[in-house]
Design a protein around this ligand. Sequence first.
Ligand SMILES: [Fe+2]
Ligand SMILES: [Fe+2]
Length: 161
Amino acid sequence: MTAKDMLISWLNDAYGMENSLVKILEHQIKDAKDYPEIQTRLQTHLEETRRHADLVKGCVESLGGKTSAVKAGMASLFGQVQAHSTGAAKDELVKNALADYAAENFEVASYTSLISAAQALGEQQVATVCQQILQEDAAMADWLQQNLPTVTQQVLTVATR
Ligand SMILES: [Fe+2]
Ligand SMILES: [Fe+2]
């Protein structure tokens, strides 16, 4: 495997990750139906996430590669995240927020690695695209951390005592 093939493979991992997160966010938007502020932020990030998938696909193709189906390792990692959003538990919003915070930080780590790989191979355009994506994922992670206390307290408030 050449270094360029490795970069293409890593970008394909990111492509699978973004596509998995599209499905997870679609579920979570339904879960948040009674929480308009959360639902609005999730909707915004769903649109960003769809664009991230398209941008990463463009990077793969610009390097002469093809996007592949979601890789097994990534699918199972985010399958864990998804499992939280399908339960009927009343505290699913808290579980979703915890899982999302982990997922967004995983994205930040992935793009940090991809930026350095692209720079090492002289693929500045790929590095620039990954930098733009990273900023939106980092902003979502920040929002989740800032809002987690309120979400937790809201969920407790509506629970029967
Ligand atoms: Fe993303
Ligand atoms: Fe994200």
